[in-house]
Write a protein that binds this ligand. Structure first.
Ligand code: DGL
Length: 275
């Protein structure tokens, strides 16, 4: 059996790359819903439907033992309902994990107090990061800035437009006194270096940039260690597979750039299970 990594589009390839490099023994299946990206400004009902259809595909056709929702927006809009309603009826033995809890655990360990959150509108609307961090420590403050334009830039090779847009987003944190910025969207690590440079200019050079591609390996390896019954079902030493719901030459070129080498992408036709 395999480990699925689900994202709304190509952004999660950065997370997939770091997982594949850190844990090459496991057969990862990357799945990007390029037909429906961006998820970030959609209703939670729609995000749930899209996510459930894709994850169902991963369980049914790719024999995934476990699916990691790398997408923050889908983790917020769909994870709980998938775990509570979809899995018990359809695949009671399988598991779905999200990206929010590992990020919160990481942030809590770092002892940060004034946190900037760059994320999609859907993630910010939920208030989840602020609420959950306040449960860990009520003195933690979260200042959120929605950065929706970065997603289409990443999906469409729009890097040359990124500096001006990132600058404008970061300026919105001015005067907040933040000590760190969470890149709360799978797409943003693509601009990690640029965000670090510009945060240094706009907000000060001691701002810590928290990037989810650096967080997930440890939490996944810890999870598999704590769940040997899952770990032993996972086949070892098979190559990764990459699947998207829509594929064009431009998408393929961008996926290769983001993954850092040429990858073969399969196209999936996902069954709509209805609303
Ligand atoms: N991948 C999504 C996330 O991590 C955002 C991109 C989108 O809007 O689809 O939040």
């Amino acid at each position: 059996m395999k480990i699925g990594i689900f994202d709304s589009g190509l952004g999660g390839l950065i997370i997939a790359k770091s997982l594949i490099q850190a844990m090459p023994q496991y057969p990862f299946v990357y799945f990007g819903d390029t037909k429906h990206v961006p998820y970030g400004s959609r209703s939670y009902e729609t995000i749930y439907e899209f996510s459930r259809n894709c994850i169902d595909y991963l369980f049914r056709t790719q024999d995934c033992r476990l699916v990691i929702i790398a997408c923050n927006t889908a983790s917020i809009a769909a994870l709980r309902k998938l775990q509570q309603e979809y899995l018990p009826i359809n695949f009671p033995e399988r598991r779905i994990l999200g990206i929010i809890v590992p990020t919160l655990e990481y942030v809590a360990q770092r002892g940060l107090r004034n946190i900037g959150l760059l994320a999609t509108e859907g993630t910010i609307r939920s208030g989840v990061y602020g609420e959950e961090l306040a449960k860990i420590d009520p003195s933690i403050k979260v200042y959120s800035v929605a950065a929706p334009l970065l997603v289409p830039l990443v999906e469409n090779d729009g890097d040359k437009f990124a500096p001006a847009i990132i600058h404008e987003y970061l300026e919105k944190f001015s005067g907040t006194g933040i000590d760190s910025i969470i890149l709360g969207c799978t797409h943003y690590p693509h601009y990690k270096k640029l965000i670090k440079e510009q945060a240094c200019e706009v907000l000060g050079c001691d701002i810590e940039v928290i990037s989810q591609d650096e967080i997930l390996q440890e939490s996944l390896s810890d999870y598999l260690h704590r769940h040997p019954e899952i770990e032993q079902d996972i086949t070892k030493n098979e190559s990764p597979i990459f699947i998207t719901t829509d594929i064009t030459g431009a998408y393929l070129a961008q996926a290769n750039r983001m993954f850092g080498r040429k990858i073969e992408i399969l196209s999936a036709t996902v069954q709509n299970m209805g609303s």
